[in-house]
Write a protein that binds this ligand. Structure first.
Ligand code: SAM
Length: 367
């Protein structure tokens, strides 16, 4: 593939990554044998319960840790490695919200480290700040069980990351690539290079697709593993049902007190429950975000209300002063009308003094 790098604009969010209007390069067609074990899932969160637990899990591109939370909760990795440039504080807004709000006013790295301080101190999380391909290159070969790739979405960026991560993944390792889609549909319509780079990688390195997870804007995820030779033993929970030899009868004993078919049904139920759990977690995260927005709006309205109250109090003071002036004027005029004295200058002087005083007071309150 010959993508023109001048069309690509490096972007920290990993989303707006190429100039709008840049040509979309076609992806290589995947051969059927690399898709024969693929299963379609409703959402990326449905992949997580299907992954083995207690493994070394790397997330490349963690942003604010929303997906990190789900991985930790559902996959319970023995070690989690977070890789990111950790420079999102340099952006004014992200996903329609001021970045400072996402980060509680901290810089990106401090925010993420503070969020997972306990895990880091317990030695169950490592945080690597820097370019994804460089950080991946620093890890030992074969040391990663599962890797979630969600950083630079340009063709060149994904290709570089795939080249760096492949030797780092364990022989049975699973690679999940996020945003397996052609263009940024939310904001800009800019092209991505994920599908092109991933398909090339699968064909060149003989990796097969095991999950294709849909998303409501088609920011799909694909999970891949090295294609296994014909007849090789199963490696994933879902494989047991397909390859465990239960066949049509489903009567083979599994050693866990049931047939392969029973076991598969149990696995399926477990997976369904975990999927429901994952969806609830996502819903909870959405509700928390909505609550934060509402709290911010309440604070803003409270400040506005206080300012209005202060202005109302000032206006009431001014009104009182005007009423007092008017009352004094009326009294002075009444005195004038009632005066039988040919010397009218005294009440008139009093009236002039009152008028001057009233004007002075009004000027002061207006200032
Ligand atoms: C879309 S966000 C990740 C979202 C996260 N995986 C989630 O689902 O919640 C992309 C992240 O990739 C990071 N990123 C982009 N290019 C990168 C690069 N070359 N090296 C490391 N991180 C990068 C950005 O800083 C950003 O945090």
């Amino acid at each position: 593939m010959n993508a023109d790098s001048r069309n690509h604009v490096p972007d920290l969010q990993g989303r707006n990554v190429a100039r709008a209007g840049a040509p979309i390069m076609p992806a290589a067609k995947l051969p059927a044998h690399l898709l024969q074990n693929a299963r379609i899932l409703p959402d990326r969160t449905d992949i997580l319960p299907l992954l083995p637990k207690g493994k070394v899990f790397v997330e490349v591109g963690v942003a604010f840790g929303q997906f990190t939370d789900l991985i930790l909760e559902i996959c319970q990795p023995s070690l989690f490695i977070a890789i990111d440039l950790f420079r999102l504080h340099e952006l004014e807004t992200m996903w329609g919200r001021p970045t400072a709000e996402w980060l509680d006013g901290k810089d990106h790295l401090s925010f993420y480290r503070d969020k997972y301080r306990d895990l880091i101190e317990a030695g169950r999380m490592q945080v690597l700040a820097g370019d994804s391909a460089e950080m991946l290159a620093s890890l030992p070969d074969g040391s990663i069980d599962i890797l979630y790739l969600d950083a630079d979405h340009t063709y060149e960026g994904v290709k570089r990351d795939l080249a760096a991560l492949a030797p780092k993944l364990h022989e049975d390792g699973i690679l999940i690539a996020n945003d397996y889609t052609m263009v940024e549909v939310g904001l800009s319509g800019e092209p991505y290079g994920v599908i092109q780079a991933v398909n090339e990688f699968m064909i060149a390195e003989n990796w097969e697709m095991i999950y294709f997870a849909l998303q409501n804007y088609m920011y799909c995820d694909v999970a891949l593993r090295r294609a296994r030779p014909e007849g090789a033993s199963p490696r994933l929970p879902g494989d047991a049902a397909e390859d465990g030899g239960a066949g049509e009868t489903g009567t083979i004993e599994t050693g866990r007190g049931g047939t392969a078919r029973d076991e598969a049904a149990r696995d399926e139920r477990g997976v369904e429950q975990m999927s429901r759990f994952a969806r609830l977690l996502v819903e909870r995260a959405d509700l928390l975000a909505e609550r934060n927005d509402l709290l911010a709006e309440r604070d803003r309205l409270g400040t506005e209300r206080n300012a209005l109250r202060a202005r109302l109090a000032a206006a009431e003071d001014e009104l009182q002063a005007l009423r007092a002036d008017n009352a004094a004027l009326r009294a002075a005029l009444a005195a004038l009308h009632a005066s039988r004295s040919w010397r009218l200058t005294a009440p008139l002087r009093r009236l002039a003094a009152l008028l001057d005083g009233g004007r002075g007071r009004r000027r002061k309150s207006a200032g």
